[in-house]
Design a protein around this ligand. Structure first.
Ligand SMILES: Cc1cc2nc3c(=O)[nH]c(=O)nc-3n(C[C@H](O)[C@H](O)[C@H](O)COP(=O)(O)OP(=O)(O)OC[C@H]3O[C@@H](n4cnc5c(N)ncnc54)[C@H](O)[C@@H]3O)c2cc1C
Length: 415
């Protein structure tokens, strides 16, 4: 694989850009692989990448029923932060955030990580207490966050109305090294690096069944035929319940649509990410100038993968209250993704009742930020057959044992 560099751009500019290679290969599947990952979203691709990079396992296929990055990875609002409350969450999200810091160099692909700072507004006294608690927990966990005053909020984000009609801003939990990244680029960068290691990314290849013998996985039936494998990683977000059913077990998980929208592009007016969880809306500005706006989840389980009108109204009502200057903005696009929600709003990175079949899901409304860390932990689990310290607490039996990792406040729908 040719390295991307300023010299490569200059060289290609001289020859009308005719010398660029395809970023990843599109091979037909082989009959067998050492490991198969189902789902070429960010988490599946990152798992494959760290299997190769950290454990030298490269005879790997990543099977994707649509196009790579076409699930939630290409549909999210790209917020990256690690200010969670519980120790296992802070550990994996901070690992992930720290991997994002150097991901562009690591993958030789610009993922546009922009640590512009993320603030979560406190608009009730209850929220103030909650975020102070998170700030203290983060201090013990080594995650750099601080609780800032309304005046500092206004300095950092002048377009914000801190004297809101219903809920004045009482402060905010601020993570200066949180921010955003380019979602497609994260998927594309990992895909290119996996392909360069000789892994096979097979798009338009849906897994329809999981085969096993004596309690061990032996392969998968796909729309491109049977493919055998010794290790299977299921990384399909909102479709995890369906894959689990194919493998003969049930997951403590629900699938639900989550929505977002973007406005027409405008001049730069906001260089931080703001989340207003009481009124429920969050917003950042993309490099193109569009205001990127996150909405809520549907109140019922579904696989629709599209937006709906009542969310536009609810979300924009909340945001106009928080940012009055957007009241005359035109909205350009709206979409939805199918997110995978567990009862404690924490993920599963786990062995399963089927031998050598592993699951990574449950990232729900907030897994874009977790892609590098989750891939790192899942690769360790698949390579060694046992979870490492990052994944240990996220096993699927915690619901049976009552060992919840409750992030319902940090991860309900806020990202
Ligand atoms: C509107 C919205 C906004 C969000 N905002 C944020 C945010 O700001 N910050 C944040 O951290 N997170 C956010 N998220 C959550 C984040 O997008 C997800 O947690 C994350 O992208 C999940 O990645 P994944 O790789 O697990 O899943 P996906 O990207 O969904 O990938 C799973 C893949 O599996 C494939 N698949 C499914 N079934 C099969 C099968 N049978 N065979 C083969 N392939 C199959 C799918 O086609 C899909 O491509 C948001 C999500 C949405 C929908």
């Amino acid at each position: 694989m040719k390295r991307y560099s300023v010299f490569a751009i200059a060289r290609e500019a001289m020859r009308y850009h005719m010398g660029w290679e395809r970023a990843w290969a599109s091979p037909e599947p082989k009959p067998a692989y050492d490991a198969i990952i189902v789902g070429a979203g960010g988490h599946g691709l990152a798992t494959a990448y760290y299997l190769g990079k950290n454990f030298g396992i490269t005879n790997v296929a990543i099977l994707e029923k649509g196009w790579l990055g076409g699930g939630n990875t290409g549909r999210n609002t790209t917020i990256i932060r690690s200010n969670y409350l519980q120790d296992p969450s802070a550990a994996i999200y901070e690992k992930s955030r720290s991997l994002y810091e150097t991901l562009s160099q690591d993958l030789n692909y610009n993922v546009m990580f922009s640590p512009r700072g993320v603030m979560m507004l406190a608009q009730t006294h209850h929220e103030v207490r909650g975020y102070l608690r998170t700030q203290h927990a983060n201090a013990l966990q080594g995650v750099a966050t601080e609780f800032i005053t309304p005046q500092r909020v206004k300095e950092l984000c002048p377009i914000l109305n801190i004297d809101g009609p219903r809920y004045p801003v009482l402060g905010a939990l601020w993570q200066a090294r949180g921010g955003t990244g380019r979602h497609d680029a994260v998927a594309w960068g990992y895909a290119r690096a996996c392909s360069a290691m000789g892994m096979h990314i097979i798009q338009n290849c849906e897994v329809k069944g999981v085969r096993s013998e004596n309690g061990q996985v032996t392969g998968v039936d796909t729309t491109k035929g049977f493919i055998s494998t010794k290790k299977l990683g299921m990384v399909v977000a909102g479709h995890s319940g369906q894959l689990a059913e194919m493998a003969g077990f049930r997951l403590p998980i629900e699938a639900v649509a989550l929505q977002a929208l973007v406005s027409e592009p405008i001049k730069p007016c906001m260089d931080v990410v703001v989340m207003a969880n009481t009124v429920h809306g969050y917003m950042s500005q993309s490099d193109k100038g569009e205001m990127v706006i996150g909405g809520g989840t549907d109140g019922f389980n579904n696989y629709t993968q599209r937006g709906s009108f009542h969310h536009i109204e609810e979300t924009l009502r909340a945001l106009v209250e928080t940012f009055p200057i957007i009241s005359r903005l035109k909205m350009l696009r709206q979409w939805g993704g199918i997110v995978d929600m567990t009862g404690d709003r924490s993920p599963l990175i786990s062995k399963t009742p089927l031998g050598n079949c592993f699951i990574n899901c449950g990232w729900g409304t907030g897994g874009f930020k977790a892609i590098p860390g989750s891939g790192w932990a899942m690769a360790e689990l698949m390579a060694k057959g046992e979870p490492g310290p990052l994944a240990e607490a996220f096993n699927m039996w915690r619901f049976k044992d009552g060992q919840f990792i409750d992030e319902s406040v940090a991860a309900g729908v806020a990202h």
